[in-house]
Write a protein that binds this ligand. Structure first.
Ligand SMILES: [Zn+2]
Length: 338
């Protein structure tokens, strides 16, 4: 498996040094599976100040459809032709149809009764109930629609990450149509197995554990990595080696996955970031596709609140970051084993 870094040197005459020659370095990193590239820039990382979210939280509370006083009246119910239950509930979690779906089967899972939780305040119970609620929905979708094999549980936390509501909620999709993520990955997995005679996922675990540069933690069930070619500011990848569908993520495996997610949320909070995207991907009709999740924090850049998503991500599909995955791994490993 190749972890290719192309080092780029840029030279210019620097006004801060009386126009003497200055060099800046950056890395182009090639994803070992898909060949997609990400750029790790050598800029000094400025610490982000913690943002005061109380105005946003209070303003959004006034007309929140997910708060417990109104959620039962204003959210839709599943169609009886499609699902066995009108709504799915587990603990405080409630899964209902997405009134603004992206696909034929779109649902949202309101994770808890509280209108707002800071990342450090999510508990194992809230996340486990919410994920179990999503999985119960996904398991039922395929009873009547067996071709809904592209299944994922997704999270846009806070408006900065694309969340249209503050109240914690997950978005669940079960589709017969691939997204670009699957479209790129599935043939790459087939190609890898044909060329190497082995599974990409177990090779990735073995290689990352051997070098230990980006392996945060590994058990027989789950490997946690800082992705070599990140899809965001950083990109924590959790690979569920022994699972296949949502129904496999239960019991001790669910506890392990949730403990890992909580550690990543706590780490993001410790960096004074409050937003993230997460996806947990399944592909039911392909045994090469091992379920995995990715968590990427979202930030805006001071002083103008500039979006981190610029032309590179929008129009070149190329990630930029100033955080080296190896340093993120080292930080996360320290908190993982506390
Ligand atoms: Zn609310």
């Amino acid at each position: 498996m190749d972890f290719i870094k192309i080092i780029k040197t840029s030279r210019f005459l620097d006004p801060a040094r009386n126009f003497a020659e200055t060099r800046r370095f950056s890395e182009v990193r090639v994803d070992p599976l898909t060949g997609h590239t990400s750029r790790v820039l050598d800029f000094p990382v400025k610490e982000i100040g913690r943002e005061n979210l109380s105005g946003l939280v209070e303003d959004s509370r006034a007309c929140c459809p997910f708060c417990p006083e109104v959620v039962g009246q204003v959210t839709p119910k599943f169609h009886p032709d499609l699902l066995r239950q009108e709504r799915y509930e587990k603990g405080e979690a409630l899964c209902v149809p997405n009134a603004f779906p992206y696909d034929e089967n779109g649902a949202v899972c309101v994770m808890c009764r509280q209108h707002y939780l800071a990342l450090k305040d999510f508990s194992a119970g809230v996340l486990e109930d919410a994920l179990q609620c999503c999985f119960a929905y996904l398991k039922d979708v395929v009873l009547t629609q067996p071709d809904m094999v592209y299944q994922s549980v997704n999270w846009n936390y806070m408006p900065l990450a694309g969340g249209s509501l503050v109240h914690p909620h997950l978005q669940i999709t079960a589709s017969s149509s691939s997204t670009n993520y699957y479209t790129d990955m599935v043939p790459a997995l087939e190609r890898y197995e044909r060329e190497h005679g082995r599974s990409f996922w177990s090779d990735l675990r073995d290689e990352e554990c051997r070098t230990a540069e980006r392996c945060i933690a590994a058990t027989d069930d789950v490997t946690w990595l800082a992705a070599f070619a990140p899809m965001g500011v950083f990109d924590v990848l959790g690979v569920l080696h022994r699972a296949h569908g949502p129904e496999d993520v239960q019991g001790e495996l669910l506890h392990e996955v949730v403990r890992g997610i909580l550690r990543v949320l706590g780490y993001i909070d410790s960096l004074h970031m409050h937003s993230l995207n997460m996806s947990l991907y399944f592909l039911l009709d392909n045994s090469r596709f091992v379920p995995h999740l990715r968590i990427c924090p979202r930030v805006s850049i001071p002083p103008f609140g500039t979006s981190q998503i610029n032309y590179m991500k929008m129009l070149h599909n190329e990630t930029l970051t100033t955080l080296k995955p190896e340093e993120v791994c080292s930080d996360l490993r320290a908190v993982w084993h506390e």
